[in-house]
Write a protein that binds this ligand. Structure first.
Ligand code: NAP
Length: 281
């Protein structure tokens, strides 16, 4: 049996159509105002610059504005905290994205946590994470929230499933695990100190690869009929999971590219539109 393809590109396109209509309606109601996403890029890392550009482009595609702020790589934590504080107080800004990673002299956690909860549309603050984990309203961290939206679109019910999340980073593995727990899965979180990773993965009804190593999770560790979510993307178009042999054995898989990737930016702009709607009425 062929695996169901969880097509993130398609779902993101569908959502963009809906978001364009919502932005147009909001513009009409509010005398021409649109939601605004402020993006903060510190330094000149080419990959980060590309991601920020893609986020700005996504805003434009749905008729929404973005405010691109580029800061020197020599910036100190206090300067960045002040920038974020100003954006928190700016009524024309509805979402704030601080592009990860920031240069090493900056305390990234302190800067993430300076973002006001109602503008934390990328879901990176400790407060937002804590609220989400407790089932209270908060914007979800963009990549795992995008994965949850993709699973919901394809009616993959997590309740009662055994989910194995490989990776525990603050922007992916940890929030992913908490979201799946909220959706009533039984969750195992694996990381670099996990003993006998294969044994854990063999138990999974759904496995999430968020390791950052090309095809690190082998296809023969994954049982027949499992749902396979690959968050990784590496040169050569491979992810963190060896997906090839799973196309015939899994219940569903996210392709690489075109699975999880498009859902991340899509979730960021969806949450910014929601924030704009709340602020502009
Ligand atoms: P990260 O911060 O480097 O975290 C990697 C995680 O993998 C860590 O928790 C680490 O464990 C764990 N790990 C490393 N080696 C391992 C091993 N041998 N066995 C088990 N676990 C191991 O990476 P990330 O930011 O979470 O990203 C993970 C992947 O997702 C990457 O491929 C990245 O490119 C991708 N990603 C995609 C998007 C998107 O929009 N599509 C967004 C973000 C990330 P420790 O905690 O013990 O070190």
């Amino acid at each position: 049996m062929s695996a169901l393809i969880l097509d993130g590109k398609h779902v993101a396109q569908l959502t963009e159509t809906e978001l364009s209509q919502r932005v147009a309606a909001l513009k009409e109601r509010s005398g021409g105002r649109t939601p605004v996403l402020a993006t903060l890029l510190v330094g000149d890392d080419p990959a980060s610059a590309t991601y920020v550009k893609m986020k700005g482009n996504a805003c434009r595609r749905i008729g929404m504005e973005s405010l691109a702020i580029e800061l020197p790589g020599t910036l100190r934590t206090n300067d960045l905290l002040r920038e974020i504080e100003q954006l928190n107080g700016n009524p024309d800004v509805h979402g704030i994205l601080l592009q990860h990673p920031v240069p090493s002299q900056i305390d990234e956690r302190a800067c993430f946590d300076m973002i006001a909860l109602e503008k934390d549309v990328d879901g990176v603050t400790c407060l937002g994470f804590g609220r989400m984990s407790m089932g209270e309203p908060a914007y979800g961290c963009a990549t795992p929230q995008g994965i949850m939206r993709l699973l919901q679109h394809y009616d993959i019910e997590l309740s009662g499933m055994h989910a194995v999340v490989v990776g525990r980073s603050p922007i992916l593995g940890k929030p992913m695990a908490m979201m799946m727990l909220q959706a009533n899965a039984t969750v195992t979180i694996c990381h670099s100190r996990t003993q006998d990773l294969r044994r854990h993965i063999e138990q999974a009804d759904i496995v999430v690869g968020a390791v950052g190593r090309p095809e690190f999770i082998r296809a023969d560790w994954i049982k027949d009929g499992a749902v396979v979510v690959d968050a990784g993307y590496h040169p050569g178009g491979v992810g963190d999971i060896e997906l090839g042999p799973l196309a015939e054995r899994a219940r569903a898989i996210t392709p690489v590219p075109g699975g999880v990737g498009p859902m991340t930016i899509n979730t960021l702009i969806q949450q910014t539109v929601l924030s704009g709607e709340k602020a502009l009425g």
